[in-house]
Design a binder for this molecule. Structure first.
Ligand code: SDX
Length: 426
């Protein structure tokens, strides 16, 4: 980091605040000395706040650029596979053939879950939202591994990462099977990560499951496009939970909870519900008007982004993949036509243009997931499954370096100090 500084005058004092530069992207101003001056910075929603230093993912919101360890997302989506991207996010480099084979077999050997974990599902109603189940069962992994986890031990951290990446598809598929009343399927070690997930989702014990390569490839690409995304709300939640020394399973459960919100990972489910509600292109104008109405809480789901003020590069790949997959499967989904019409109309409207609102990763993903046969209620679970590697990579990066417990302050606007009033005097 180079030595530059910003001057800030506070009353009689002028402070020199150090400015640090990264490899690419905006500089940061170190405001650490402000507390000693009796003031805090104020940035609700952390719009202008860099909470940490990281080498994992870089986003340029103005240019619509997303790099994982320097590699553009569209190149990874076109030429890599999800486990290779997991290796890249965790270790910083693409694996060679031997490293890739070893990583794949390591992950494969951790895909089963403790048999007693199956009992956790029985406590939920069959129609429980699968994200509610995932919050519970992923946090419960702590009960099975907590005592064998010393987070200051590099090897323990690595095994926890393997377990989380490997077990998420198993736990996710178990949510779906439980909702159907069908038996849980065990993972199969001779299948790829995405093939295995599909067989655990759609296979039954009574017959061999035949993997459709088109669906497996589409699933793998969906996983890649959701793998990581810098310091988003759920990743920041994982980092904050991890900063207290909580075990990684509890931290990932916290990330799942944060992802569930419709403003974040829950948007993919909300987009499908919105498109279904719009129903026909003749209703698009009404919904666009609702989205523009300040008095209407309705927002165009799958549109807008805190960082991207240009096209989300993942949405671009997702839209192309929609056409590829539906074409290869011979599916003509009216929701895809509707989504594209909605995008055209919104993007020609001054409100969306002026506010730089573009489709984000969630706008088209649901259409592919629907073509794969995944129910809408499982969409955010798929997002959580894929994002686990990003969460764990950021957790690992933080714990491997020097870190302090995260403890933001506030602007207090409550009551000044006052004395207690006894009940008979109120
Ligand atoms: C994800 O952070 C990440 O990286 C997240 C993510 C990841 O990979 O981790 O990319 C995944 O969460 C994608 C976003 C999915 N969410 C949605 O699609 C929900 C719909 N979008 C919005 O709710 C909103 O755009 C957010 C939450 C995504 C961003 O919110 P911000 O940055 O706080 O922006 P804002 O709410 O301040 O909006 C700025 C303006 C506002 O109008 P004004 O008050 O300035 O007049 O744009 C408007 C908003 O009302 N606006 C929208 C809108 N999104 C923003 N108006 C209509 N429809 C929308 N979708």
């Amino acid at each position: 980091m180079t030595e530059k500084s910003a001057q800030l005058t506070l009353g009689e004092n002028t402070l020199d605040l150090p400015i640090y530069s990264g490899t690419i992207g905006p500089d940061v101003v170190d405001v650490g000395q402000l507390t000693a001056q009796g003031v805090f910075t104020y940035d609700p929603g952390f719009v202008s706040t860099a909470a940490c230093e990281s080498k994992i993912t870089y986003i340029d919101g103005g240019k619509g650029i997303l790099l994982h360890r320097g590699y553009p997302i569209d190149q990874l989506a076109d030429h890599s596979d999800y486990l290779e991207v997991c290796y890249l996010l965790l270790y910083g480099e693409l694996p060679n053939a031997a490293e890739k084979e070893k990583f794949e077999s390591t992950i494969n050997n951790h895909t089963m879950v403790h048999e007693q974990l199956r009992n956790f599902y029985q406590g939920f109603r069959r129609d429980a939202h699968p994200m509610a189940i995932m919050c519970g069962v992923v946090g419960a992994l702590s009960a099975f591994y907590h005592d064998s986890l010393e987070i200051s031990d590099e090897r323990h951290r690595e095994i926890a990462a393997f377990r989380l990446i490997a077990k998420m598809p198993t736990l996710a598929a178990m949510c779906y099977k439980y909702s159907l009343g069908q038996p849980f399927m065990y993972p199969k070690n001779d299948l790829s990560y995405s093939e295995n997930f599909l067989q655990m989702m759609f296979g039954v014990p009574c017959e061999e499951y035949e993997v459709n390569p088109i669906l497996a490839k589409a699933m793998d690409k969906i996983f890649i496009l959701h793998a990581d995304h810098e310091q988003n709300a759920s990743t920041s939640t994982v980092r904050l939970a991890g900063s207290s020394g909580a075990n990684p399973f509890a931290c990932i459960a916290a990330g799942i909870a944060a992802l569930w919100g419709p403003a974040h990972g829950g948007a993919n489910e909300a987009v499908l519900d919105m498109l279904t509600e719009i129903g026909d292109v003749s209703n698009v104008d009404k919904f666009v008007a609702k989205a523009k109405d300040k008095n209407d809480p309705f927002r165009l789901m799958g549109f807008g982004h805190r960082v991207y003020k240009n096209y989300d590069p993942r949405a671009k790949v997702m839209r192309e993949t929609c056409h590829e997959v539906l074409g290869e499967l011979g599916i003509k989904d009216p929701l895809l036509e509707l989504a594209m019409k909605l995008e055209d109309i919104a993007r020609s409207d001054s409100y969306f243009i002026e506010k730089n609102l573009y489709p984000n990763v969630d706008f088209y993903s649901g259409i592919i997931l629907k073509a794969i046969g995944i129910p809408t209620s499982m969409f955010t679970v798929i997002f959580a499954l894929a994002r686990t590697v990003g969460w764990v990579a950021h957790w690992h990066e933080m714990i491997s370096g020097s870190y302090r417990i995260g403890r933001p302050r506030q602007l207090y606007t409550g009551s000044p100090q006052r004395d207690f009033v006894p009940l008979d005097k109120r």
